[in-house]
Design a protein around this ligand. Structure first.
Ligand SMILES: NC(=O)c1ccc[n+]([C@@H]2O[C@H](COP(=O)([O-])OP(=O)(O)OC[C@H]3O[C@@H](n4cnc5c(N)ncnc54)[C@H](O)[C@@H]3O)[C@@H](O)[C@H]2O)c1
Length: 390
């Protein structure tokens, strides 16, 4: 079934539908044309149809996601069906994550242990990675054992990094429990800690072997953290999924829609990641709102990341798209204004680590569901900021 997963991935990356009957018929006809004996030809056609129908059913199963990604309400109870937990497993979480979530995974492990770390961005440091590594060593973990991260982006980033470097790499599974981590950080393979006062300055690419996204876990998030995660969903919808954007605009109650909303956003992230596994240029679409957003985050220390990105998107959106994004952000209690001067923002924009020389690549949205890149120099960037400040 790995080959079928690859076909599914190819279809996603290239925007092809899972079911394309005309193409399937064409593939069978091409193969059959090369067989002269009518009996063998009939047999070939029957076999091909059978194989395609099995492959099709497999690809449609699990909402079109690969077998190692499961999303839904209550799927925490299915961890052992998605992850191989028949080995030593260290479940890593933090003290802010309700205990029931790591416990649900631990209960499904044959030989599991729990490590609870301090919570918050300040905890995302090498000292806590050392704690994970020491635990793995103390418990005699080998390369065939595994780590399961249960928590937000901080836990997933740290546990993933420890798994990447322990014995040069052991299996890591992610169970993201914040909205931001469910739609963003749990997939893509970026792991890191903050070091020397610089965010994510030490890390590694290490793909999680499986991801379990239980949208029920979002029920315990504070409204502010939930809205912050929603900012990332709005960002992805604005650039890549007009239907998802409309759903967010018209929904009265998001709760019953969460499995579909998270699936749609994760699908966008997975397809971007698949086209750019090592974060060269193509993942840059995910930076919509981040150029000014990072500056606002750095300048204030008050705004959460998603809140700063919300404001940042409005600098980069244009026309009717800007109006729709602004209205949607307000609907979900996200900020749309920042208190900083052009000078204050420029100071942080020019120190952005993603710049090449004095050129910044920005993502612009003038129509919901599509985007374009622009390479701008500092003078052009200043004009963009000034325009919103007037
Ligand atoms: N690796 C990537 O690709 C990637 C992408 C985006 C962000 N990140 C990283 O993610 C981190 C931010 O992640 P985050 O926003 O999830 O923050 P977080 O991990 O700090 O979680 C926020 C808070 O929510 C608590 N929490 C987690 N799940 C909960 C739940 N279900 N109910 C109640 N409380 C819960 C946590 O204990 C924590 O206090 C940053 O460090 C960022 O750099 C990584």
């Amino acid at each position: 079934m790995q080959a079928v997963d690859r076909i599914l991935e190819y279809k996603k990356v290239n925007g092809l539908p899972v079911i394309d009957a005309a193409r399937e018929d064409q593939v069978i006809a091409n193969g059959a044309a090369a067989i002269k004996d009518p009996a063998r030809r009939d047999c070939f056609v029957r076999l091909q149809k059978e194989m395609i129908s099995i492959s099709r059913a497999y690809q449609q199963r699990n909402g079109g996601f690969p077998g190692n990604v499961r999303i839904g309400s209550g799927v925490l109870a299915e961890a052992s069906g998605v992850f191989d937990l028949h080995r030593k497993v260290l479940v890593v979480t933090d003290e802010g994550v309700p205990e029931a979530y790591p416990r649900a995974v631990l209960d499904q492990c044959l030989d599991g242990a729990l490590l609870v770390l301090p919570q918050g961005e300040a905890a995302k440091n090498p000292g806590n990675v050392e704690l994970i590594l020491a635990e793995l060593l103390k418990r005699g973990f080998t390369r065939s054992d595994a780590v399961v991260a249960v928590g937000g982006g901080v836990v997933c980033d740290m546990a993933g990094f420890a798994a990447a470097v322990y014995l040069r790499g052991i299996v890591c599974y992610n169970v993201p429990t914040t909205l931001l981590s469910q739609v963003d950080s749990s997939v893509g393979g970026k792991t890191a800690v903050n070091f020397g006062g610089v965010k994510n300055s030490v890390g590694a690419f290490h793909q999680p072997r499986g991801v379990l996204v239980d949208t029920d876990a979002l029920s315990t998030l504070s409204p502010r953290l939930f809205s912050e995660g929603l900012a990332e969903v709005i960002k992805m919808a604005a650039t890549s999924d007009a239907a998802l954007f409309s759903t967010l605009e018209t929904a009265d109650d998001l709760r019953p829609l969460l499995p579909d909303i998270v699936s749609a956003a994760l699908r966008i992230k997975l397809s971007v990641v698949a086209s750019d596994p090592h974060d060269h240029d193509l993942r840059a679409v995910l930076n919509f709102g981040h150029t000014i957003g990072h500056a606002i985050e750095a300048a204030s220390g008050e705004f959460y990341h998603g809140e700063a990105v919300s404001i940042g998107m409005l600098y980069m959106a244009e026309g009717s798209a800007k109006e729709r994004i602004e209205k949607l952000l307000k609907k979900y209690n996200l900020p749309t204004e920042d208190p900083f001067t052009v000078e204050e923002l420029m100071k942080f924009v020019v120190s952005d680590k993603k710049r090449r020389g004095d050129v910044t690549r920005i993502v612009r949205v003038s129509e919901i569901g599509s985007y374009r890149f622009e390479e701008v120099d500092d003078a052009a960037l200043r004009r963009i900021i000034e325009k919103r400040k007037i």
